[in-house]
Design a protein around this ligand. Structure first.
Ligand SMILES: Nc1ncnc2c1ncn2[C@@H]1O[C@H](COP(=O)(O)OP(=O)(O)OP(=O)(O)O)[C@@H](O)[C@H]1O
Length: 251
């Protein structure tokens, strides 16, 4: 479903590479976790895949369902069903959460040739999904993420995911800043979306998220490359022993 091959990326205005030959395949139906030390390139990977400006791909490829992701504009990638839950969700003053979600959903439906949802259908959907994440009607009316607490912003990212029903979801440290109960809500939001035709890349520093979202595969990213791939026990090993041993073994 998602195939990344030998990806090399640098900042557009700086010379130093950040991703240095990263390869990763996530088949449909699977959840892959990406862990790695600070500064190893995890967020860069999620930004490059989602089409954020400021990065230059100097070699390699990234495909979703055989189509060249890197050749698409950011909104085309979204219309193809790619979704990124940001590490630092963006505030959008003046745009209510509700209007934002409805506009995003209908733009994607239109791009896919599906009929737009009318106001009543949309309201029913967003209220039901909001309830599961304990996002009440008041938060839905407020400007997107403005004045939201750290944990509320992260839950709001998962609400967007639940409403948009993307086919491939990237979660960039969605667990950071969440209290224990909110983490369980977020995890059940993700688990509810798990399906044979959907894939996930879950970037996290902590094993505890993976207790709730059981990954099929765990990758360790260091210095712009995947240095080790394994099963869920690899995350436990990192939790217990840190990255040093894995980095030394890969050198
Ligand atoms: N806009 C930028 N300007 C300068 N350096 C950058 C920029 N974006 C990324 N980098 C550098 O690229 C490297 C990778 O950053 P990235 O945010 O992808 O790491 P990460 O693995 O997500 O880290 P963390 O676990 O701390 O979130 C870091 O050394 C970072 O300082």
């Amino acid at each position: 479903m998602l195939n990344i091959d030998n990806l090399h990326v640098k900042l557009e205005d700086e010379g130093a590479p950040i991703l240095k030959g990263l390869s990763l395949d996530v088949p449909a139906g699977e959840v892959h976790a990406v862990m790695g030390p600070n500064g190893s390139g995890k967020s860069t990977l999620s930004y490059v895949l989602s089409g954020r400006d400021g990065y230059e791909v100097t070699a390699g490829s990234a495909q979703m369902d055989g189509e060249d992701l890197l050749a698409m504009e950011a909104e085309e990638r979204a219309a193809h069903g790619l979704f990124l839950a940001f590490q630092y969700p963006v505030e959008i003053p003046g745009v209510s959460n509700m209007i934002f979600l409805r506009t995003a959903l209908n733009a994607q439906r239109k791009a896919r040739g599906e009929p737009e949802l009318n106001a009543a259908e949309f309201l029913k959907l967003v209220r039901a999904e909001g309830q599961k994440l304990r996002i009440d009607a008041d938060m839905l009316k407020r400007a997107v993420n403005v004045g939201f607490s750290g944990g509320e912003k992260k839950r709001n990212e998962i609400l967007q995911m639940a409403v948009l029903q993307p086919r491939f979801c990237i979660l960039d440290e969605t667990d950071s800043g969440l209290d224990v109960d909110a983490m369980k809500l977020v995890a059940s939001g993700v688990n509810a979306l798990r399906s044979p035709d959907r894939g996930f890349l879950v970037i996290t520093h902590y094993q505890r998220l993976l207790d709730h979202i059981q990954p099929d595969v765990v990758h360790i990213l260091h210095d712009g490359r995947i240095i080790k791939t394994g099963g869920p026990d690899l995350a436990l090993k990192v939790e217990n022993e840190g990255y040093e041993g894995l980095i030394e073994a890969a050198a």
